[in-house]
Design a protein around this ligand. Sequence first.
Ligand SMILES: [Zn+2]
Length: 437
Amino acid sequence: MNTASHNPYALRGTLIDCDAVAGTAVGNETLRVIEDGALIIEGGRVTARGPAADVLTGDRAHLPVHDYSGRWLLPGFIDSHIHYPQTDIIASFGSQLLEWLERYTFPAEASFADPDVARETADFFLQELFRNGTTSANVLGTVHAHSADAIFEAARRQGMRLIAGKVMMDRNCPEAIQDTPESGYRDSRELLERWHGVDRLRYAITPRFAPTSSDEQLRRTAELAREFPDAYLHTHLAENRNEVAWVSELFPWARSYMDVYDQYGLVRERSVFAHCIYLDDADRRRMADTGAAIAFSPTSNTFLGSGLLEYRDARATGIRVGLATDVGGGSSFSMFRTASEAYKVSCLNGTPLSAASLLHLATRGSAEALDIADRVGSLDADKEADIIVVDPAATPLTARRTAPATLEESLFALLMLGDDRHIETTYVGGRIVHERN
Ligand SMILES: [Zn+2]
């Protein structure tokens, strides 16, 4: 099926999304459900939403309808932190963060010196996102400038809302994948000027993490961030205990790991920090005050044995938090699997997350963390039409588990059991980019 995005049409099915949350306490999230609902899609946007009996009347009664009765229409998932060059090292055995970088990540990223590898991987990566129902992402490239060009070009062809950046790192990694303070600044600036604000694309200034940037590189990074306050800043923070100890050796003047970035002026609005497991109250308070966000990466945090994010504390302090797969440290492209892991982490922390909290985290919460909630993350009229069709009965077990349950119970079960088989169709900007075979 090929639908030109400029011709209006309707989608019909059970509409499920999350309301905006009042306050900062986890547990305030609410589901909005319209059992037999319809959306009108026009020019790549949702222009009407409501019960089918109300929406498909008058002039709209004659619009073509994509009828997904019995299935769920959800806002596309939003992945707030993921590495596309690590697609081919997902599920690699046996290391914690620092050894894992040396053993798997750096060699994989070195192979991106070949622009053809970057282009081929970028296309595969986006298709893998779409088959898992992810329609927006905040993506790291490699140190190579052409790695950012490759993912932006691929996303632009798909009409996708995507944030990305070239990694900056000038020490504590193999020489072949180092830049310098000057080349990192210059290449990032050129990419930013080429891509930031083009169609649905935005640029993220992307130092890998504090240990792989010299003081001089962090200083130049901050200069760029000051020059382009509406660009993103994307990096890692306080993921692993050995990493935190190393940062305190490398930056003895800093009060904490977070304080390293803060002293350079990198903790600000549109700064997105992956992990943030080892923060103290002062760190959290500072991140909340500045409007910085956290990318919660539960499958990565358990897979690499990093630790458990205190998600409720972060939210209670007022920090915006998005959900993230962190592939390849994370072990799945699926936001269902990622939500399932977030639930387990919340149980280990003693306060289980509800279906509404988990769906919010994967959609509107990620949109808020990435400062794109005015455009995506819900099914509201005027939002961009990034929508997924979820088939709760795609497998014998989920068909059996969801048939007799309430919708909220079914949604929770599917968040625990779902994967790419449950994504029937993915719409990006009102255009179908994936249909399950
Ligand atoms: Zn990461």
